[in-house]
Design a protein around this ligand. Sequence first.
Ligand SMILES: N[C@@H](CCC(=O)N[C@@H](CS)C(=O)NCC(=O)O)C(=O)O
Length: 208
Amino acid sequence: MILIGQYDSPFVRRVAIAMTLYGMTFEHRPWSTFGEGDLIAPFNPLRRVPTLVLDDGGVIIDSACIVDWIDEQAGDKALIARSGPDRQKALYHIALATGFSDKAVAMFYEKVLHEKTSDIWLPRLQTQIGAALDCLNVIRAEAKTPWLLGSALTHADIALGASVRHAIEAHKTAIDWSRWPALVAHSEACEALDVFKAIYQPFKGPGD
Ligand SMILES: N[C@@H](CCC(=O)N[C@@H](CS)C(=O)NCC(=O)O)C(=O)O
């Protein structure tokens, strides 16, 4: 299998972390979506990452779809409850974390790709990011367990950890992280894990 995408992407990183925890072996192609879009295009016409190329030549794109597929391979080892309230909660947490990352990535592109940022789009992104972080911070603070849904790490923890770390690095000053201490603590707990240390690429960019 080949996983395409750099680990400074929270979407690529959460996929690679889960695959590593599942013991899946894969080749990593850290292609840049802009600089090496021509290399990605034959596998994904959207030129987006993560893109997973299977051994039989099949391709899966989008982190949620890739995680769905690797969970199928992992069977009982899947890092999410199979059914019931814990599955519903995990899916909500994951969508909120990855949705927040969508907005954090959009805010980065808005700032670096336009000489003048939009007076409509940028405030909207800031509102969406702030509200999502408020909500996630309450969820994390109210979970009195080591991880979001108990003592075992799930995809929800990985997605949240990858998303917060990405945004901390991509928006160092634009986001006031002192407002969300439970998320900063969650990020630190994730980054202390060997698998987070192994699957990591510092985010390069203006960083605010
Ligand atoms: N919904 C997608 C989002 C992936 C995403 O936004 N990837 C970014 C890199 S962090 C990307 O490919 N950006 C280039 C582009 O969208 O053109 C997923 O979960 O995989």
